[in-house]
Design a protein around this ligand. Structure first.
Ligand code: ADP
Ligand code: ZN
Ligand code: ZN
Length: 798
């Protein structure tokens, strides 16, 4: 009987998005499984692909052979294959893009995969043993081409005798350290007691297995020279040991930390979560609790229960809050039972961590967005911390939101999803208010510690009184005071988004679109103010339309300039700056935070990367330099983001014994986002903002889809946009509102002009199919002409 594989091939472009049929030669057919990666001939090239099905018939006449299996066991299980198909459909992307998004980067290439022995090779079956060559040498072997021994290798992996590793050229070569192992010592005796003790220690603790020289020196308390002598005299054999490359392995934590005794509020919340877990209910739960109210403690205790049930848990955290501090908390509680997935890890490190999950060596995965694809097979809980964070949305294909993927997986596994936040997203809180999500809350901080007092500095007033600096008088006074008291302060400057808005520094007036409730963006090229949603334009003004003042400014100030100014104003201050420039190097982020933690500076100045996760007892002041830059981004979520950010920054101050203070500098202090953040009043903000959203037709009342066109000439990009808008209007009729085309907020990227259409709709009529039609049409017909189209459902504008 013939066996064929249906394979999704990694073809980067092209109009077709379907599996291709290939013949599986007999020795491959025996080992092939759905979800494995393969190498196949495609045109003149050999490309990688995924087996999505294995069948006994094909209608293709001249079917080619699969060249090679790249995996020993499938990298995508049945669940992930299904999830991939769903992802491609929902986010409108190629299937190959969706499948590749679910595996570590190392596996998206033809990178050489190797096998390493982890225990005594004498126990391995002969054919597997043969792969590794001579005994007494920790060897590496390439994955064999002959698939016949794959089953034996799989067994060896299952018994943890062999492990898979990736050797990625140029980076992240597996880390090997010098090691020694015991040799037979017949006919010889060591010189000194120290040498005897060392050998006895090895025999007792390691037997014939290798141990890293460093480890041995520490554990047996011997010097390097003793070890050397033993090697020279033939008692020990030098060898190498492959070690984990994860930088978080250095994060201490042995799983011995005791649980806290929960408060009454916490117990109430935990009981509800555990009840859903016990009944295997795929209930989404939203935990609304101020910073410091004990949400993380609840995650930890719920996960503890998951582990005891023999199940697994995924914990999603925003990229930037995945600090060693945060990881440390999980390691102290669960020790080596935790894998950490983070984009700051090298390709090889990520692979090692992912492997722990795939080989079922751990039950907990903590990671950023893509950790939602962790290949667990028996999930008991998915936690999403800071669920409102925009980093949960991927801004490249597949443009998925981790929350939606988590909800899909929770249905598949019949397990609850627990989403926590001090400032839930409008969408989630609206769903909770309607009863679609179960609402849980922790209204108070642990130990009734008060929330910090927030003062809003009116920068219009400062300017009128002659203060032209970026710093209000009040903030400067308080900074001086902190330096004197040897306490610390964090200063936050938002540098998000690329567009500039125009504001009157005298009265705080900002130009808004009369149709969209969106601030207008200044375009230098034609000196126009434009709305990026509907295309409305007006000329720039020389005088403020509200107060006639000439103090009109474009906003956007760099962190470096602010640092210089601050240093001039406070010559005695020691300042650490954290932004994209100072944290480009690997590990720089942690290093700077450590320096600050050790008290090597009084002031930490930075961009959004310092807004969360910071937990230093000596911080008693937090300042937001220009709250308005975020408030006036041309984004319907600008108010929501501002409220969230101000709340988060406030959470940085006064976490310990000393009380905290917060200063927010603003040109529009009366704005509800600023006023309600000052009052720590999430519910009022939610209600007010919900009203605005309803009026202007934004989520959660309307869904949005953004379609962007790009081309080297502006006219062609706009022409494609007009064509698509016309097709959409005809086919959607009254079901949806189609806006645009209009230039994108970033009007040109990499020499391509960009324009966009926005679709607003209440429910999803025929939209998914229509978008797929458009996608296919543009990929096929227009890409030859360097046109590009991307579709983003539920876009996060910045
Ligand atoms: P959140 O995640 O809401 O910010 P955390 O779980 O981090 O809150 O709790 C804030 C602080 O209070 C942490 O230092 C934590 O260890 C401590 N904590 C949490 N729950 C309790 C409890 N029940 N008893 C004592 N301390 C607690
Ligand atoms: Zn004005
Ligand atoms: Zn508009």
């Amino acid at each position: 009987m013939n066996v064929y594989a249906k394979i999704i091939v990694d073809v980067p472009t092209g109009g077709t998005d379907r599996p291709f049929d290939y013949y599986l030669p007999e020795e491959l057919a025996r080992a092939a499984e759905r979800g494995m990666r393969v190498l196949v001939p495609f045109g003149q090239r050999k490309l990688t692909g995924f087996i999505v099905d294995i069948v006994s018939e094909t209608s293709v006449e001249k079917v080619k052979n699969v060249s090679e299996l790249l995996d020993i066991k499938p990298v995508l299980n049945e669940e992930l294959l299904r999830l991939g198909a769903w992802l491609a459909k929902e986010t409108i992307c190629f299937q190959i893009t969706a499948l590749q998004a679910m595996i570590p980067a190392a596996m998206r290439t033809k990178a050489v995969k190797k096998l390493a022995v982890t225990s005594e090779r004498e126990q391995l079956p002969m054919n597997v043993q043969a792969l590794f060559g001579q005994a007494h040498e920790l060897a590496w072997a390439k994955v064999p081409k002959d698939a016949r021994i794959l089953r034996d290798i799989r067994t060896a992996i299952a018994q943890r005798q062999v492990t898979e590793r990736f050797e990625v050229k140029g980076q992240a070569a597996p880390k090997k350290v010098k090691a020694v192992m015991l040799l037979s010592r017949e006919g010889n005796t060591p010189d000194t007691t120290k040498q005897q003790e060392t050998l006895a220690y090895l025999a007792e603790h390691y037997g014939p297995s290798p141990v890293a020289v460093q480890t041995l020196m520490q554990q047996a308390d011997v010097s390097r020279s003793v070890v050397h002598t033993l090697v020279k005299r033939g008692f020990l054999q030098e060898t190498e040991l492959v070690i984990d490359r994860n930088p978080y392995t250095a994060v201490e934590g042995d799983g011995s930390e005791e649980k806290a005794t929960l408060t009454a509020d916490q117990s109430h919340v935990l009981t509800q979560v555990e009840e859903k877990m016990a009944h295997s209910q795929a209930t989404p739960m939203l935990l609304h609790g101020v910073t410091g109210s004990g949400k993380t403690e609840i995650y930890l205790q719920a996960i503890d229960q998951v582990i005891r049930e023999g199940q697994e848990a995924i914990v999603l955290v925003p990229e930037i809050s995945l600090t060693p501090q945060m990881v440390g908390r999980f390691k102290r509680r669960f020790g080596a039972n935790v894998a950490v997935l983070h984009s700051a890890l090298s390709v090889g490190e990520r692979f090692d961590e992912w492997k722990k999950i795939q080989e079922q060596n751990v039950q907990v995965a903590v990671g950023a967005r893509s950790a939602v694809f962790a290949p667990f097979t028996n999930l008991g809980l998915i936690v999403i911390d800071e669920e409102h964070e925009s980093t949960y949305k991927q801004e490249e294909h597949p443009r998925y939101h981790a929350r939606e993927v988590a909800l899909w997986r929770s249905e598949y596994h019949s397990c609850p999803v627990l989403m926590g936040s001090a400032t839930p997203s409008m969408e989630s809180y609206a769903r909770a208010a309607k009863g679609v999500y179960r609402l849980l809350s922790l209204p108070e901080r642990i130990n009734e510690k008060p929330l910090p007092a927030i003062e809003v500095a009116d920068m219009r007033k400062e300017m009128r009184e002659g203060n032209r600096s970026v710093f209000s008088t009040s903030l400067l006074d308080k900074l001086r005071d902190r330096i004197e008291k040897e306490e610390q302060a964090v200063l936050f400057l938002n540098r998000r988004g690329f567009s500039t808005f125009v504001m009157c520094r005298n009265c705080g007036y900002v130009g808004m679109c009369p149709h969209c409730e969106i601030s207008l963006t200044y375009h230098r090229r034609d000196r126009q103010l434009k709305c990026h949603y509907c295309g409305h334009e007006e000329g720039v003004y020389e005088r403020c339309p509200a107060c006639e003042s000439e103090h009109i400014r474009y906003f956007g100030t760099g962190t470096q300039r602010v640092e210089e100014e601050l240093q001039q104003l406070l010559p005695e201050a020691r300042i650490i700056r954290m932004d994209n420039d100072t944290t480009r190097q690997k590990g720089a982020h942690e290093r700077l935070l450590k320096q600050f933690g050790r008290g090597e500076a009084e002031i930490l100045l930075g961009t959004q990367m310092i807004a969360k996760g910071l937990d230093f007892p000596n911080i008693t002041l937090a300042g937001v330099l220009a709250a308005d830059t975020l408030l006036h981004l041309p984004d319907f979520r600008a108010q929501e983001r501002t409220f969230q950010l101000l709340t988060q920054v406030s959470g940085r101050a006064g976490r310990d014994e000393k009380a905290g203070e917060v200063i927010i500098q603003s040109y529009t202090p009366e704005h509800y986002a600023i006023e309600l953040a000052r009052a720590h009043d999430y519910l009022s903000f939610f209600k007010k903002e919900l009203g605005q959203r309803k009026q202007a037709g934004y989520p959660p009342y309307f869904y949005l889809t953004l379609i962007t066109f790009a081309h080297p000439t502006f006219e062609t990009a706009m022409k494609a946009g007009k064509h698509a808008a016309a097709v959409l209007r005809t086919r959607l009729g009254d079901d949806a509102i189609v806006l645009g085309p209009t230039p994108s907020p970033i009007a040109r990227i990499k020499d391509r002009y960009r324009c966009q259409c926005m679709i607003k709709y209440k429910d999803e009529p025929a939209l998914t199919d229509l978008l797929h039609d458009l996608f296919t049409y543009y990929q096929k017909e227009l890409q030859q002409d360097q046109r590009f189209m991307t579709i983003d459902r539920n876009p996060s504008m910045f």
